[in-house]
Each structure stands twice: as structure tokens, then as C-alpha cells.
Design a binder for this molecule. Structure first.
Ligand code: HEC
Length: 322
């Protein structure tokens, strides 16, 4: 009884009725919210700089060091939203570009668990950032499939839907990119492709012809401000535009539509910084091989299918490397 009283003391202080059974739940429910603390330190600055140097430099092999310093910065101040977000991304990047590893250890999937944890933290600390539910939803979806947990898969899927509604210019891609890894005959794969088309419509401000997409007339709309900034290249994602069209072209090839895919791939070449894009030759090979790659997707055995950007060693750096 004394234990119960002590545990409930502060709730009683709030004037709430507390019986033995409900006490624990109330104590949890009324725990103070975790709030943001934006104070920067030498360590948090160092961690942030290191992350961006590695991602912009396409230096996947620096990830162990990046994760180590970001984790130290997180432990120094676990209330810093940006550090949580970058730590989540460091884990996501480790998982996403695992094809770079000479040998992929089974434990690489544990990075999805850590990414989910830190994205959830970042979301709590900065609920205003409408990009986070897109990343978090995608990670939940992946985790649901890794662990064969249908509830988690659905949770991720519906989170992505809400995320698209909240920020269609950005989360349409986040959703479509992840769903693009589903088998081509799966309805979710088709839905992922629709998400990318809808994302483009949002960016262009009108419906784009699905059979003859011509993006040239929208190029003058380029901006660095507002929600539509994410339709273009920026300091954060110096080749976002090129990477988007590479990813979408790959999904169209997988869908058996090489002619439309070639038009979408060619859109990447409209970018002002196309010439300096590290993946230029990759895109050009994709355009040249669109038909033969589409053919290879006809194979019943999925291990014989060609690679798409999402499953490649450049899943993140296609947009983020300078
Ligand atoms: C199609 C291009 C594209 C791909 C692929 C891509 N990103 Fe991004 N990323 C963007 C854009 C666009 C933004 C948003 C920039 C903004 O908000 O202005 C962004 C934002 C970010 C941020 C910034 C968070 C912040 O502090 O604002 C990080 C970190 C990041 N991405 C990491 C990744 C990782 C890791 C991957 C691979 C799993 C990835 N990205 C894949 C385009 C891409």
C-alpha cells in the first residue's frame, strides 16, 4: 500500500483519482512530453558536418565513423531533433546502399530498427517536419516485411498515405520509391508508380501525359523556396531532379514500358547541373538498354531481374552526391 501511495503521490497531487490498477497507466500517460532542445555543441556540429561531408561525397565507407559520432552527439543531447534525424538517415543509408558491401552481413537489417527508432524520435521532437512521416512510414513498411509482421507493414503503408496527403511534393516520392521494390505484378507496385506520377503532377501544377511526358515547359518553375523546392535541386540534394527521373525510369522499365521510360530518363538531362552529375553515364546506359532491360523483367525468377535504383549501391547518393 505504501508503495502504491508513493508511486501515485504526484498524481494524487494533481487531484486525480488513482486506484491500484489504473495507476501505472496514468503515470505513463501523464509523463512529461519529450521536448526539443536545439542547443548546438562542438560535438553536434562535428557530427552534422561529418554526415554531410560523407553523403555529399558519396563516401559510404565512412558510415561507421559517421554513426559513431552522431550517436555520441545524440547521447550528449538526446533532445536535438536534427541530430536524431541525421542519425536515423545514417542507419537508413547503411541499409539502403548495402549493395556496396563486399559481403552483406545478415545483421544489416538491424539498421532498419535503429532508423525507425531515431526517425520516431525526430518526429516527436519536430512534428512540424512533414517529411519525417514519409521516411518513417517507409522504414516501418520495410521492417514489416523483414520481420513478416503484417500489422507493422500496414501501419507503414497507411503512414505513407497520410504523409502524401500532408506533403505530396515530397512524400509521393518517398512512398513510390519504396513501393517500387515490390514485384511488378503486385498492385502496390502499380500504386507506387502512380505515386510518382502524382508527385510530378504536383510539381508541374497540372496533369502530365502518362504516355508522352514532356517536362520541358515546367523547367522555368524551378524554385528554392516553399514546398515545391523539393521538386528541384538544392544544397541538400544537389541532384534530386536527376535522381528522381532515374528512379522513375527504372520503375517504368520494370513495368514493361521502355518507351515512356526513355522519355522520363531523358528528363533528367534537362537539369542545369546534369553535366556534373556523377551518375550521368549510368543514366545514359539505362536509356540505351531500356528495351533489353524491360525484357529481362519478364523472367519468372526475380533473381534474374535487372537492378533498379532503389536496390542499388546509389539508392541515396544518386540524389545526394555532388
Ligand atoms: C530522388 C532523390 C532522393 C533520393 C533517392 C534520396 N533523397 Fe534524401 N532528400 C531528397 C530531397 C529532395 C530532400 C529534401 C530537401 C529539402 O527539404 O529541401 C532530401 C532530404 C534528405 C535529408 C535531409 C534532412 C534534413 O536535415 O533536412 C537527408 C539526411 C536525406 N535526404 C538522406 C537520404 C538518404 C539516407 C537516402 C537513401 C535512403 C535518400 N536521402 C534518398 C532527395 C532524395
Amino acid at each position: 500500500m505504501t508503495v502504491t501511495l508513493r508511486r501515485c503521490g504526484w498524481i494524487a497531487f494533481l487531484g486525480l483519482l488513482c486506484n491500484t490498477a489504473g495507476c501505472d497507466k496514468l503515470a505513463i500517460r501523464f509523463a512529461p512530453e519529450k521536448t526539443a532542445d536545439l542547443r548546438a555543441t562542438a560535438l553536434s556540429q562535428q557530427a552534422r558536418d561529418l554526415f554531410w561531408e560523407a553523403l555529399h561525397g558519396g563516401q559510404y565507407d565512412r558510415l561507421p565513423e559517421v554513426r559513431r559520432v552522431l550517436t555520441a552527439a545524440y547521447l550528449e543531447n538526446p533532445n536535438h531533433p536534427e541530430i536524431s534525424l541525421l542519425l536515423a538517415h545514417a542507419h537508413l543509408w547503411t541499409l539502403a546502399e548495402r549493395a556496396r558491401l563486399a559481403e552483406v552481413p545478415p545483421g544489416v537489417t538491424d539498421h532498419a530498427i535503429l532508423a525507425e527508432h531515431y526517425f520516431a524520435e525526430a518526429h516527436r521532437l519536430n512534428p512540424e517536419d512533414r517529411r519525417i512521416p514519409g521516411w518513417l512510414g517507409g522504414v516501418k513498411l520495410a521492417l514489416g516485411r523483414i520481420h513478416r509482421d503484417e500489422r507493422l507493414t500496414r501501419e507503414g503503408y497507411f503512414m505513407l498515405h497520410d504523409a502524401i496527403r500532408a506533403f505530396p511534393e515530397f512524400n509521393g516520392f518517398s512512398a513510390g520509391y519504396v513501393l517500387g521494390s515490390r514485384p511488378r505484378e503486385d498492385d502496390r507496385f502499380k500504386e507506387g508508380l502512380d505515386d510518382l506520377w502524382d508527385n510530378l503532377d504536383r510539381c508541374a501544377g497540372e496533369r502530365i501525359d502518362r504516355t508522352n511526358p514532356d517536362y520541358r515547359k515546367y523547367m522555368a518553375q524551378e524554385t528554392q523556396a516553399g514546398p515545391k523546392r523539393v521538386c528541384w535541386n538544392s544544397r541538400i540534394a544537389p541532384h534530386n531532379f536527376e535522381g528522381f527521373f532515374l528512379a522513375m525510369g527504372d520503375m517504368l522499365v520494370k513495368d514493361g514500358r521502355p518507351a515512356v521510360a526513355k522519355q522520363i530518363y531523358a528528363t533528367a538531362t534537362l537539369s542545369k547541373s546534369y553535366e556534373s552529375w556523377p551518375y550521368r553515364s549510368l543514366l545514359e546506359a539505362r536509356m540505351a538498354q531500356a528495351e533489353s532491360r524491360a525484357q529481362r523483367f519478364q523472367a519468372a525468377d526475380p533473381t534474374r531481374h535487372p537492378e533498379i535504383l532503389f536496390n542499388s549501391a546509389h539508392a541515396c547518393t544518386a540524389c545526394h552526391a555532388q
